[in-house]
Ligand binder design. Sequence first.
Ligand code: HAM
Length: 422
Amino acid sequence: MKQINSLTGMADLIEDKSKPDELAIKVFHTEETLKKIFKSFAMSEIRTPALESTNLFKRSVGDTSDIVNKELYTFSDKNDKSITLRPEGTASVIRSIVEKKLDGETHKLWYMGPMWRYERPQKGRFRQFYQAGVEILGYPEGTSEFEMISLVCELNRKLLIKKPLIRINHLGDSETKKLFCDALVKYLTPMKSDLDEKDMQRLDNNPLRILDSKNPKTQEILNKAPSISEYLPNGAKELLRSIQELFSDKCEIEIDYNLVRGLDYYTGFVFEAISAELGAQDAYLGGGRYDNLCLQLGGKSLPAIGMAIGIERLALISNQKYKNNTLVSFIIISSNSESKAYKIAHELRSINNNIDIDVQLSQGSLKSKLRRANKDGASYAFIVGDEEIKSKTVVVKPLNDKDTEQSVMKLKEIQKFIENLS
Ligand code: HAM
């Protein structure tokens, strides 16, 4: 029969411990490191469903955004309700906080999970991808901006990212945004015919997004365009400068007045971190302040700031080295006392958390099992047969050190031996 393959842009991630540079292994390790970092910032976990009402994303991410316009995985359920696989996590977090009536409190939250966007797949861009996100709710502009960039610097440090660049900008308040957009439209309208179709549409629907255009001709036209910096209140510019100063010894931070984000809910400070190693899809995280979203989704007025990290992209550029636990390959060669031999493995497993015990489940000769143990990268083979069951012993064969002979250990001795392994 014809085999069935995964959908375009949706990768299987399969852990293969013997290939530490494979993306899957790096993704899983990166997730563990991120969880530790979030915990070290005293953040709490939130999990929301992968499926939401389509309207949630239309009302938050915005129906002029590329994500909502072109990239949503939207279906009708059996009740003809329009539902969507989440393209991002922020909207769901705020929906949940409003629904649970927690919008009168402050929160520091993190989440991790798959997101879906129907994009053209390329290096670092998938249709199902994984994000880790952080949302800090209930604090107006100020220290929480510092907390966000501190978190970015910390993950750059822990994951050993080479030459990261953090770009920051401020979109001002709604008044600033309106004045600037009007000025931009006034400047661009006489040159409308020089814009490509996408930028022409943006001019009508969402002029700010033109600043993000990848078209070189548009970028040239934008060289002489008005800058948002001319419209920003002093406080906003001061915030950008103080962030730059505060972290200058930790990370390279650039003020980029052309930085706009692809989601409509942003209201003030915005940022992205990029790495040249990633190629065209160079942003490995992005975020900003979105003080109006909670009100927009039917809740109270709740100031908020957050960010999301593209886990595959971060894993691709991470140079963190991970140490695997010591692996013991447990080989049973008794046909009569398999359960008794297995019991020994079961007891030994609970002794030391830094040791992994892999009981070989296949039938076969001792020779083939030892070959397998070597291939898996085991440091020791523990061998148990009828003889060992009778004498309450285990044969311990070191696999990394060819000069050390195998030894026979009593069960009490082997417990001590495992305790002392690191
Ligand atoms: P975003 O910029 O759309 O922001 O996505 C954040 C990150 O997710 C990107 O910087 C990128 O690393 C990764 N990403 C996005 N699309 C893909 C894709 N197709 N394949 C692989 N990685 C991808 C948000 O999602 C906002 N919710 C961030 C936020 C949280 N703002 C406030 N709170």
